[in-house]
Design a protein around this ligand. Structure first.
Ligand SMILES: Nc1ncnc2c1ncn2[C@@H]1O[C@H](COP(=O)(O)OP(=O)(O)OP(=O)(O)O)[C@@H](O)[C@H]1O
Length: 283
């Protein structure tokens, strides 16, 4: 019996090749079993050799599967397919060396009596691998720690929304979009995100392109008003103490800065001064 734990895979011995077969008969990761085969040897011949070498139950039905990518699809070889011919189609680097973790290897698997193949890997592991593969190929979005727009959450439940808002809040990201709606969480402390640099950054930007911000809302309203010549309205809603007045102040600050193009003016102070009067009259 020739078993090897090293990376040796295949070498030329005249017209005979050394193939590295990984038995996948238990959930435990197996080591490679090296067998000599020629181009004329079929998959059934190679299986016989591996079964004999490893002392496996020969009454059972086995198949060889060709894997061309680690964690990728497996191609089951027919009994009369030649494994050596398959290897000769692999890239040259895989001819010399085909460790399991780099793809390009053969698996020995058991076949059930109904013809289906017995997969011994735990389902969760396979699913994880499959998901990783789909992400790498761009079929699934990359897992993010947090989403700046709730509409992008892969799973939309009350729990995921609250978790996402919490994760962002802990990173001092108090603003989150839900489409074109801005959710603000009161930080009850000063954050350095309201200076003129931020006004400039959000000036005439496209909503959603930058990190969510109250200035983004002011900017969109201001530029839509200029473009469409129609009055705009921003609705601020929240329970007592949630930060409505503060948010209004930030909006006015941004709107006056945009309209004055950064020049200090008394307009902001005048509007802000009218705030408490308006609040009292609304109540
Ligand atoms: N973005 C913010 N950054 C820092 N502090 C904030 C922010 N928003 C709110 N606060 C803090 O929370 C306090 C309460 O906010 P605010 O007065 O705006 O709430 P409100 O929703 O207007 O309350 P009410 O409905 O009772 O008038 C503010 O005095 C301020 O200290």
């Amino acid at each position: 019996m020739s078993r090897s734990d090293d990376k040796s895979a295949r070498s030329h011995v005249g017209r005979t090749y050394s193939l590295c077969i990984y038995p996948r008969l238990s959930a435990v990761i197996s080591t490679c079993c090296s067998v000599l085969a020629s181009k004329e040897d079929t998959s059934a011949d190679v299986i016989k050799k591996v079964v004999a070498l490893l002392g496996l139950d020969s009454s059972k039905n086995y198949v060889l599967a060709e894997v061309k990518e680690s964690g990728g699809e497996e191609w089951v070889l027919e009994g009369n397919d030649s494994p050596v011919q398959r290897v000769l189609l692999w890239p040259r680097r895989a001819h010399e060396d085909h460790p399991q973790n780099e793809g390009y290897h053969f698996l020995l698997q058991e076949r059930n009596t109904d013809g289906s193949i017995r997969y011994v890997h735990l389902q969760s592991v396979s699913k994880e691998k499959e998901d990783r593969r789909l992400v790498e190929r761009g079929f699934l979005p990359r897992q993010q720690e947090d989403y700046d727009d709730l509409c992008n959450l892969p799973k939309l439940t009350e729990n995921t929304i609250l978790e996402n808002l919490k994760t962002r809040f802990l990173k001092h990201k108090i603003y989150t979009y839900a489409g074109s709606i801005l959710i603000a969480i009161n930080p009850f402390k000063f954050l350095p995100i309201y200076n003129p640099k931020y006004v400039k950054m959000y000036d005439n930007h496209t909503l959603g392109k930058l990190e969510p911000h109250i200035f983004a809302i002011a900017d969109v309203a201001y530029h839509t008003m200029l473009r469409n010549h129609v009055n705009q309205c921003i609705v601020i809603s929240g329970e007592s103490g949630s930060g409505k007045t503060q948010s209004t102040n930030f909006l006015i600050h941004c709107l006056t800065a945009l309209s004055q193009k950064g020049y200090a003016s008394g307009v902001e102070r005048t509007i802000l001064g009218a705030g408490p009067v308006l609040e009292v009259s609304v109540q």
